[in-house]
Ligand binder design. Structure first.
Ligand SMILES: C[S@@+](CC[C@H](N)C(=O)[O-])C[C@H]1O[C@@H](n2cnc3c(N)ncnc32)[C@H](O)[C@@H]1O
Length: 281
């Protein structure tokens, strides 16, 4: 084997230590198969911070607290931020045609107040909360008379800073229906669009680790997509307990199709493989 290549990679022992540290802090299970990728990514951080070995850099990361910018830079290298507007068509069809339609009907018949509180948990760069706002603006009659709040959280401060800009590139905008694009976005140049204030006024961005209890709520809907796939069963259970507690009776939990929570969903009722409901109303 090429010694030079070996020397450039994290040792298995150190990888296990880093994986354990990341797991304790975030719930994410780092896959040993990603050793080469992780080595490359951490080498980038070593260059930036002037550390000469993986060991030295990891000691430094262990010594800083979570408000240190390097903690966020480290997190950015180990987490996946992949997201885009209107990701998973079926979810947005359900949200617009069933969830919002039922909500409007219940408010019209006096069954519920005109209040809608949603939590977009692990929102990455903000594509998901803006999609929620787009659908509400398009489909909820008299939305201006409603008390609407979308809490958008992520563990990554850098991702949230980007989310607050509410600016999206061609790829992220790819699935936005043409009509919505025209009505709810301002085109900044031929590659960038910005969500209008009529959408962003509903959104509050906040840093939050899913392993911690959520102090706000209760929410009528929690959107928790494409993040539990990186967690093991114990962390998933912990997150689900916090999320369920933050949900209003009768509220929905919208997840990714492959989050693996069907057998650990506790009191939540399964509606679709990606949709769960808290009992009561
Ligand atoms: C792949 S993105 C998902 C974005 C969006 N929900 C979607 O489905 O398009 C995963 C996000 O989870 C966040 N994340 C990872 N661990 C987290 C934790 N413990 N608490 C909160 N967010 C976390 C990452 O920072 C990343 O932005």
């Amino acid at each position: 084997m090429d010694q030079k290549v070996l020397a450039k990679q994290i040792s298995d022992r150190l990888l296990a230590k880093i994986a354990d540290f990341v797991y304790q802090r975030t719930g994410i299970r780092l896959s040993p198969q990603k050793k080469a990728l992780l080595s490359n990514r951490l080498r980038r951080r070593m260059r930036e911070t002037g550390h000469k070995s993986f060991e030295e850099y990891f000691k430094y990361v262990q010594s800083i607290d979570e408000s240190d910018p390097e903690w966020d830079a480290f997190l950015q290298e180990i987490t996946t931020h992949e997201t885009f507007l209107f990701r998973d068509e079926a979810h947005w069809e359900w949200f617009q045609d069933q969830f919002l339609a039922q909500l409007a009907k219940d408010a019209r018949t006096g069954k519920r107040p005109r209040k809608l509180h949603i939590w977009s948990a692990a929102c990455s760069t903000g594509d998901e909360p803006v999609t929620l706002a787009c659908c509400i603006a398009a489909k909820l009659p008299n939305a201006h008379l409603w008390n609407i709040r979308i809490l958008a959280t992520d563990i990554g401060v850098g991702a949230l800073e980007q989310a607050k800009q509410a600016t999206f590139g061609t790829r992220a905008m790819g699935r936005v229906p043409e009509e919505y694009r025209k009505r709810y976005f301002t085109q900044l140049d031929d590659q960038r669009w910005q969500a209008k204030p009529m959408l962003t006024r509903w959104i509050t961005y906040k840093q939050h680790n899913l392993l911690d209890p959520m102090r706000e709520g209760p929410f009528d809907l929690v959107v928790l997509k494409n993040v539990l796939i990186y967690f093991d069963v114990e962390s998933k259970k912990k997150v689900l307990a916090h999320v369920t507690k933050a949900m209003q009776p009768g509220a929905y939990l919208l997840t990714g199709a492959a989050e693996g929570i069907a057998n650990i969903r506790g009191p939540l009722k399964r509606v679709y493989p990606w949709l769960f409901q808290k009992p009561g109303s």
